[in-house]
Design a protein around this ligand. Structure first.
Ligand code: 6PG
Length: 473
């Protein structure tokens, strides 16, 4: 029998969809699942694609079914199970075979696994895959980290299954070891910020404007035709328009306001903090999810402090402002995400290609949008720019949209409507564009209580302040 081009372990929702995508694009694939019934079920339901699928019940069968050097995708729950699977594969695979972790792994685990396999003859790829179920089945965005040689072995298959933007495949090798999973983590951090900022605008329209879900859906639908055109805005309209199949109101109004999270957003913030890169909009989004989950406390606090009531007039001018405000805040989140990646690139010696990252996010992934094409152009023209907002195109966009963000945040704040991510984006711009900040006072305080010293503006030798006498009193 003709050998498979690639193997896949783990036929959960994502794994099964990815396997079908691989087969559909003309590649032979061997599949294995710990529970063999799942493998049989998957094979039975594969229809015409079954002819390119080799279902395997044992690891020996599975390994023998793949053309060496064997690329083996593992698509299982992140964490400990991945280490166990790698251990199980170690004994079965041969020199130059490639284990590919396609789950949402922490890139630090990916680096550890990559290092751990270094002397084994095997090699490791950490592969970020974005696009959810639909993306896995019909075309995800794929972020690869590992050796260039191992990527060369899988490039053809990955290119065939990736989403396409104007015919260009949304897959790329981004750097060594953890580069792919790191970029996927930052993708998710930006995803959190995008979603949170959309939810804040929804909050202004719902709680300030007292609009119904469908009316708000129509506003997002309108925006999806303009500068905000993106997958997340598109699904926001759809979600707001859906009716509850078990009741007679909109679905969204029946959903408990506690947001879940699996860790990638938090990791992006931890890494940003660790590297000393301000990613305030992403931080605010992660914190907002945490706060959302504290439903019991929020209920008690509302009872203690009283429910707020606000009345905001929703006219065309406000809608226009909200659209522009969301756009400005989105720029801040992306600028921050790319700044975190730039820092990580030098810290981990990855040499991350910023224009390529923007390029492969243009289709397939959750944050896909027209806007990413503009980021691609901006970084292509100036790949080493210190911050996205300093590129000519984006500084122009910020100048045009910032006044609206300021008005919207002011309106929300005066009406008691929480907008943590929008406000963080606004103050990020304000702080980043202020040449003389207020840290001179902080330096003086640090010196006062801890004799930390400070630099002087006039270039005279670093010194301490004249606080000695007051300290004694
Ligand atoms: C994607 C998504 C996907 C998933 C994340 C985030 O790019 O396809 O980011 O990976 O949605 O796990 O999930 P949480 O919101 O549960 O953290």
């Amino acid at each position: 029998m003709e050998q498979a081009e690639i193997g896949l372990i783990g036929l959960g929702v994502m794994g099964a969809n990815l396997a079908l995508n691989i087969a559909e694009k003309g590649n032979r694939i061997a599949v294995f699942n710990r529970t063999t019934e799942k493998t049989d079920e998957f094979y039975a339901e594969a229809g015409a694609l079954a002819e390119r699928i080799i279902p395997c019940h044992t690891m020996e069968e599975f390994v023998a079914a793949i053309r060496p050097p064997r690329p083996v995708i593992i698509m299982i729950k992140a964490g400990e199970p991945v280490d166990q699977q790698i251990d199980a594969l170690r004994d079965q695979l041969a020199d130059n075979d490639i284990i590919i972790d396609a789950g949402n792994a922490n890139f630090r685990d990916t680096i550890r696994r990559f290092e751990g396999l270094k002397d084994s003859g095997l090699t490791f790829i950490g592969m970020g895959v974005s696009g959810g179920e639909e993306g896995a089945r019909h075309g995800p965005s794929i972020m690869v980290g590992g050796t260039p040689e191992s990527y060369a072995r899988v490039e053809k298959v990955l290119t065939s299954i990736a989403a396409k933007f104007d015919g260009e495949p949304c897959v790329a090798w981004l750097g060594n070891d953890g580069a792919g999973h790191f970029v996927k983590t930052i993708h998710n951090g930006i995803e959190y910020a995008d979603m949170q900022m959309i939810a804040e605008i929804y909050g202004i329209l719902r709680d300030g404007g007292h609009l119904g879900s469908k009316e708000i859906g129509a506003v997002f639908g309108e925006w999806n035709k303009g500068r905000l055109n993106s997958y997340l805005i598109e699904i926001t309209e759809k979600v707001l328009n859906a009716d509850d199949p078990l009741g007679d109101g909109p679905m969204v109004e029946m959903i408990l306001d506690k947001a879940g999270q699996k860790g990638t957003g938090k990791w992006s913030v931890i890494e940003a903090q660790q590297m000393g890169v301000p990613a305030t909009a992403i931080e605010a989004a992660v914190a907002a999810r945490v706060l959302s989950s504290m439903k019991d406390q929020r209920e008690k606090a509302e009872a203690a402090f009283g429910a707020k009531s606000s009345k905001v007039a929703v006219d065309d001018a406000l809608k226009n402002d909200l659209e522009l405000a969301l756009f400005a805040a989105k720029i801040a989140a992306y600028a921050q995400g790319f700044a975190v990646m730039a820092e990580a690139s030098s810290e981990f010696s990855w040499n991350l290609p910023m224009p390529t990252i923007a390029k492969i996010w243009r289709a397939g992934c959750i944050i896909r949008s027209q806007f990413l094409d503009e980021i691609t152009s901006a970084f292509t023209a100036d790949p080493d720019v210190s911050n996205l907002i300093m590129t000519p195109a984006f500084s122009q966009m910020v100048k045009e949209s910032l006044p609206a963000l300021r008005r919207v945040v002011a309106l929300a704040v005066t009406n008691g409507l929480p907008v943590p991510a929008l406000a963080s984006a606004l103050t990020y711009f304000d702080a980043y564009t202020q040449s003389r900040g207020t840290a001179n006072l902080i330096q003086a305080q640090r010196d006062f209580f801890g004799a930390h010293g400070f630099e002087r503006l006039d270039g005279k030798a670093s010194s301490h302040g004249p606080w000695g006498d007051w300290k004694l009193s």
